[in-house]
Design a protein around this ligand. Structure first.
Ligand code: FAD
Length: 401
């Protein structure tokens, strides 16, 4: 083990879980790492819209991005709650995990549905960080959330598939070697059910760029390395297909609960950061001869945001527990993402309001985190679509779309 690598199995209960002591050791290690990347680092990245390469490298070297990869493939073989703790702590430190979190979980599609040869070829290198699997190409400009309406096509021709179409919001495509790509192998009007005829590919972007694959960055309201991706008669080896052709929609759905739980954990981290910052300022800032936090109009919104965070945190780790136990967790993962994204936003708004004018000053980091945490009510799934899921699949109300 290199000096930079953290021993994640210290104080472990069993192969997949860490006890509270083990989790606290992991969190402390993450905090110690994040201290090396203070507000000034993130402000510079934000100002210049630069990818935080050094931070991603440090997290990779520490072995923190391979926690979900089974030990047989060189990872730590730990459960989702460990990954959630890591990402929560990154965000609670004032950092942002968007540049690296996909390296943790995108490999789940390969792990669950890939062939033995694909797993052997890719997972050890993904676990070590030698290969970056950070790009996930699902969303398209015209289909939006209606994923089965995507039109990017993959047509089999001998020993290759020919890809044509376009993706949007494909994050980290410029900082990834591989992409998990969802494409139609059978047009929607030729399948019995619209969820059929979609297939998943593991695309090697190193070979594809300049040969039919073009990536164009999108500048957004915060520092997020997201892109548009164009496929123009891109030929990829037929063995890039993951699992069975036509079954890709189910494979993609499988990974989404994990992603929602981990994003919820990031929201919890953000909410903690905003609340800590608001409390410290409300105690120290004196106006009218007393600390502003003595006014209930200032204190109560902070207390309310804290309560929202605590409730969302319980739901998030309950969802992680159920997911690790193989009990689905669709309802809990969606509920956790809904509550946590609202809790982080409530904390962000309250923190900014508590700081008055200074909340708008770049050097306080609040305006940056405020912009960053707004995303989670839209991506990776928007609040309305979660409510639609709960309405239909949990409450049994009529399908709305
Ligand atoms: C910064 C960023 C990074 C992203 N990264 C990725 C990525 O790496 N890979 C990827 O594939 N995608 C990515 N996305 C896409 C993201 O998952 C989608 O933006 C998100 O799911 C919402 O889809 P949409 O933008 O197409 O909105 P639309 O589907 O166009 O919806 C627009 C609005 O209408 C509402 N709406 C739509 N239909 C209904 C309905 N039936 N009932 C009620 N309300 C409805 C939605 O809730 C939303 O508020 C990213 C997006 C952003 C902004």
């Amino acid at each position: 083990m290199s000096d930079a690598k953290i021993d994640l199995h210290t104080a472990s209960l069993d192969a997949a879980h860490l006890d509270e002591n083990g989790l606290e050791q992991v969190r402390a290690s993450v905090r110690a790492l994040c201290v090396r990347f203070p507000g000034e680092y993130w402000r510079r990245m934000d100002r210049e819209r630069t990818y935080p390469t050094e931070f991603v490298a440090a997290m990779t070297e520490a072995g923190l991005l391979g926690v979900l990869v089974p030990e047989a493939y060189g990872g730590s073989g730990l459960g989702l709650s460990v990954a959630a703790n890591i990402l929560e702590e990154v965000h609670a430190s004032g950092a942002n995990a968007a540049a690296l979190h996909a390296q943790m979980y995108t490999m789940g599609t390969v792990l669950r549905h890939g062939s033995a040869a694909q797993k052997q070829q890719w997972l050890p290198k993904i676990a070590s960080g030698e290969i970056r699997l950070q790009a996930f190409g699902v969303t398209e400009p015209t289909a939006g959330t209606d994923t089965t309406s995507i039109t990017t096509s993959a047509v089999r021709k001998g020993d290759v598939y020919v890809i044509n179409g376009q993706k949007v919001w494909t994050s980290r495509a410029e900082h990834s070697d591989l992409m998990v790509l969802l494409a139609r192998t059978t047009p929607k009007d030729q399948v019995a059910r619209k969820t059929e005829g979609l297939s998943v590919f593991l695309l090697d972007m190193r070979q594809a760029r300049g040969h039919g694959l073009t990536i164009k960055p999108i500048r957004t309201m915060f520092n997020h390395a997201t892109t548009e991706v164009f496929f123009d008669n891109l030929e990829i080896p037929a063995d890039s297909l993951i699992g069975e052709a036509g079954k890709g929609f189910r494979y993609i759905l499988d990974g989404m609960n994990a992603e929602r739980i981990l994003i919820a954990a990031e929201c919890i981290g953000d909410a903690r950061w905003f609340t800590d910052k608001a409390v410290a300022y409300a105690k120290g800032r004196e106006v009218f001869g007393r600390p502003i936090g003595q006014n209930q109009g200032v204190a109560f919104p902070i207390a309310r945001a804290y309560a929202q965070m605590k409730a969302a945190k319980l739901m998030t780790y309950e969802a992680a527990r159920l997911y690790e136990a193989g009990q689905g967790a669709g309802e809990e993962a969606n509920t956790a993402k809904l509550l946590a994204s609202e809790a982080s936003w409530a904390a962000a708004d309250t923190c900014l309001q508590t700081h008055g004018g200074f909340g708008f000053a770049e050097e306080y980091d609040i305006e940056r985190k405020f912009r960053e945490t707004r995303l989670y009510q839209v991506a990776p799934i928007s609040t309305n679509l979660i409510l639609a899921y709960l309405s239909e699949h949990v409450l049994g109300l009529p399908r709305s779309y």
